[in-house]
Write a protein that binds this ligand. Sequence first.
Ligand code: AHR
Length: 312
Amino acid sequence: TTVAALAISATAAMAEGETIGFSQIGSESGWRAAETTLTRNQAEERGYQLQFSDAQQKQENQIAAIRSFIAQGVDAILLAPVVATGWDSVLEEAKEAEIPVVLLDRQVDSSDDLYLTAVGSNLVHEGEVAGQWLADAVGDKECRIVELQGTTGSSPAIDRKTGFENAISGHDNLSIVRSQTGDFTRAQGKEVMESFLQAENGGQDICALYAHNDDMAVGAIQAIKEAGIAPGKDILVVSIDAVPDIFKAMADGEANATVELTPNMAGPAFDALEAYWADGTMPEKFIQTESKLYTQSDDPAGEYEARKDLGY
Ligand code: AHR
């Protein structure tokens, strides 16, 4: 065998890296953009061919993408499911085709034998951490809270609400007075916050905002400022994700706390797939990522600098 022939076969082997279909929800938030970037980077580093499909927030698009991945015979499917219900049939089709499916960051209501593993955080716990932070920050003061929920029917919207309510349940001075979806977007976070402010005496009757993600909090902060009220002071702001812009707001004193959700879900997902492909090793059904609380005392300017070029 000549050196040239060896070089050609090595290139062919690299080009034959596993093909992964990735059904992504869309690009509703900075966090989502970072998850997409990191998944692409991880796939490239590992020599995979990544088939990327952006569902633009529609479950039907995700189901169609998964069916197309199955038809192509991909080696594995990554699915970030927009909502929790309605996945049984398509997951059964993937199982039938012996294609392992790994869930990223959101959960489904289907039986766990329909997917290989799920990588994500404990979403209830994230809500509890946010609620506990607020309970501690407020002390005995009466506090009327407004809540911006994530996408209706998505596991983070359901679980972050439950967790937050668990944390404040023993505190009679804390109550959620308004709660509505902002669909995890900055624009809707702003719009819904404007209606909350209007309904609550121009914002004078609101003590705190709990947003299910940072992007909605950033939109809401803008609305609060436009109403002539000081976010982070007159209205406390706590949210989830730890994207660069929330650290900027924290450094400016306009947001108070965030709970980190790592956007690197693909790393643990690909590790699990590689072990499975190598010798059939079955991963745990849930690979849990960390949920760290950051407040204004945790060097938000430094955290902003550390994250601003990471693809958010
Ligand atoms: O599923 C994770 C959530 O989805 C993130 O918290 C949010 O920013 C994203 O849109």
